[in-house]
Write a protein that binds this ligand. Structure first.
Ligand code: G
Ligand code: G
Ligand code: MN
Ligand code: NA
Length: 254
């Protein structure tokens, strides 16, 4: 068994699943939506973390069919939330560089939206700075094309890459997600707090809204609220959960 062989079979054998981690509006406490997070369990019952298999899926190109499956499942889940009366919930989907740069990507997104009957304005695509700058002019074109039908874009893991400020100016994304590491350290490290505050201010000046990731404590949440951060996601407000857990959980919020 090599991981590559396993990965090649995993889609056919139904070994992938998605978890959904809730995201909240910080000002109102209202549920905003959820990020879809991919999980792989082998037939032997081994859980392989995405940080191990996603790089391999990218190297082998398998991320294209896997990513397509993720997009489809995430949209199906969002459609179910919508049909259950949660018409404002947004599903966020991680898109890898190879997938985003594929010529077929914009059509693939449109097709999934159509086939699943998902309102395009309920979908947010998360791409990293690294993905966006690969081929910036082309990335901007793809973003504009999909934003034109209502799809939203978030710059993921913000602050961990080469953080090119020019990206924020040139790339008309809707949201940015401040990486977990800054949120984790901001209560002890004044520098991290200063960075988080500055990123929120800069983003707002440029018309982007901000999600803080990896919020684990009430203290972090309060600080982020003071800083006017728009949304939070993290273990404090909700762990990644299965779609049926998420459904049961949204019922309790009503
Ligand atoms: O929960 P967490 O361990 O799921 O995720 C680890 C990393 O894997 C994160 O960087 C996340 O962006 C990435 N990831 C999770 N799900 C997906 C997915 O469906 N597609 C891609 N490309 N990356 C994902
Ligand atoms: O796509 P992205 O790289 O942003 O993936 C989010 C990652 O953050 C996932 O691996 C998810 O499981 C993880 N995560 C979500 N909430 C928390 C949290 O509160 N603390 C930490 N340490 N990680 C979290
Ligand atoms: Mn993400
Ligand atoms: Na992130």
């Amino acid at each position: 068994f090599t991981m590559e062989t396993g990965l090649r079979r995993a889609l056919d054998r139904g070994e992938f699943s998605l978890l959904f981690q809730p995201q909240f509006h910080l000002a109102t406490g209202e549920l905003y939506g959820a990020e879809a997070l991919l999980r792989w369990e082998t037939p032997e019952g081994r859980q392989i973390p995405p940080c191990e298999f996603i790089p391999l899926a990218e190297e082998t190109g398998l991320i294209i069919p896997i990513g397509q499956w993720v997009l489809e499942q995430a949209c199906l889940a969002c459609k179910r939330w919508y049909d259950n009366g949660h018409t404002s919930l947004i599903v966020s989907v991680n898109i890898s560089a190879l997938q985003f740069q594929s010529d077929l990507f914009p059509d693939a997104v449109r097709q999934v939206l159509r086939q699943t009957g998902t309102d395009p304005t309920r979908l947010c695509l998360e791409i990293t700075e690294y993905t966006a700058v690969q081929n910036l002019e082309r990335s901007i074109r793809i973003l504009k094309e999909l934003a034109g039908i209502g799809v939203k874009f978030a710059i993921d893991d913000f602050g961990t890459g080469q953080s090119q400020l020019v990206l924020l100016r040139k790339f008309p994304a809707h949201h940015i997600k401040i990486d977990t590491t800054f949120i984790r350290d901001m209560m002890e490290q004044p520098d991290d707090e200063a960075i988080v505050r500055a990123v929120i201010g800069l983003s707002h000046s440029l018309g982007l809204t901000v999600t803080a990731e990896g919020v684990e404590t009430e203290g972090q949440m309060h600080k982020l609220r003071q800083m006017n951060c728009d949304r939070i996601q993290g273990y404090y407000t909700g762990r990644p959960m299965t779609s049926s857990q998420f459904k049961a959980w949204t019922k309790r919020l009503n």
